[in-house]
Design a protein around this ligand. Structure first.
Ligand SMILES: [Zn+2]
Length: 311
């Protein structure tokens, strides 16, 4: 009897002790979860479910333009007791989970001649833009393509009005460019570059009872002369009234002549690109002042350079 009473008393003391310890712990400490990604602790949170909900929200996002999203490394949690006055960092943890998320965006590209030009948010928007453009020109080679990218900026959608205006402008510029290229193309050779800029002092054609076989463009002595198109140098040296002359063969029976040069920087057989500097403006040969005499020939016959350049 006496023995049982002692045990009861002892249990009471132990129980009170435990209660006291628990109370102290609860006053001084609080339970949290430490969050780890890839073994690195990224912060403390009060509630594990909050973070799990957040991850579910990311992965099932209805965010505009997001085709799919996935968290690269799922976080791991560790239960801890920490000092009660310690702040948890939910927003930082969420931010780090965001940073650890790969999002794939989608939009609808309008293609012009097979090239992606503009991006729209939906198929309906893209179709509207195509309709708008076809009203102006039904022959345009337009298409719609759903595209995906991890970089939103790459495929960022514009609105229907902006896309229609911008594309119409693009089409005009493209047509203008094609028209220019066509104008400057002779026998399939595109004359991309004007050799020099200067003042036209004598045109192609009849002059004082004879024929001027080229176009004279005057500018200061030593001005670099550029090749109008890619080709092979077939002559580089002095030639009678031409003075210092460079002849370039561009293929397709098209040749260009650059005469009266003060200096020549290329040699026979050199392969050159459009815009390469081949010589310098001078007044050698039959010339009264520094100028370039430019000739364009097809099958050896001169044509008016101003049909193609310096119009
Ligand atoms: Zn001339």
């Amino acid at each position: 009897m006496h023995y049982t009473k002692e045990i009861f008393k002892l249990s009471k003391i132990i129980l009170l002790g435990l209660l006291l310890i628990t109370t102290i712990i609860l006053i001084k400490y609080k339970p949290v979860y430490s969050v780890y990604i890839d073994g690195n602790e990224i912060g403390y949170i009060d509630n594990k479910n909050d973070v799990e909900d957040y991850i579910n929200h990311i992965c099932n996002s209805n965010e505009a333009n997001v085709a799919f999203a996935s968290v690269n490394k799922m976080p791991e949690y560790e239960f801890k007791l920490v000092n009660n006055n310690m702040q948890t960092d939910e927003s930082q943890v969420k931010q780090l989970i965001d940073d650890n998320t790969t999002k794939t965006y989608t939009s609808y590209a309008i293609t012009l001649n097979g090239e992606n030009k503009m991006y729209l948010a939906s198929m309906e928007d893209a179709e509207e833009v195509v309709r708008n453009l076809k009203e102006e020109n039904k022959d345009l080679q337009l298409g719609i393509l759903q595209v995906y990218s991890e970089n939103l900026e790459e495929i960022k959608a514009t609105d229907v009005k902006e896309a229609s205006i911008s594309l119409a402008k693009n089409v005009k510029e493209q047509e203008e460019k094609e028209r220019k290229i066509k104008q400057r193309t002779i026998n399939g050779i595109y004359l991309a570059v004007k050799p020099i800029s200067g003042v036209i002092t004598s045109r192609y054609g009849s002059r004082w009872g004879s024929t001027h076989t080229g176009l004279d463009i005057a500018t200061s002595l030593g001005t670099p002369i550029k090749a109008v198109a890619a080709g092979t140098v077939t002559y580089a040296g002095v030639k009678g009234s031409y003075g210092n002359l460079v002849i370039i063969n561009h293929g397709n029976n098209v040749q260009t002549y650059y005469a009266h040069c003060s200096k020549i920087y290329v040699s026979k057989g050199d392969k050159i690109e459009a815009g390469d500097v081949i010589s310098a403006v001078g007044s050698t040969g039959n010339s009264t002042g520094p100028h370039l005499h430019l000739e364009i020939r097809i099958n050896g016959k001169t044509v008016n350079p101003q049909n193609y350049l310096y119009k």
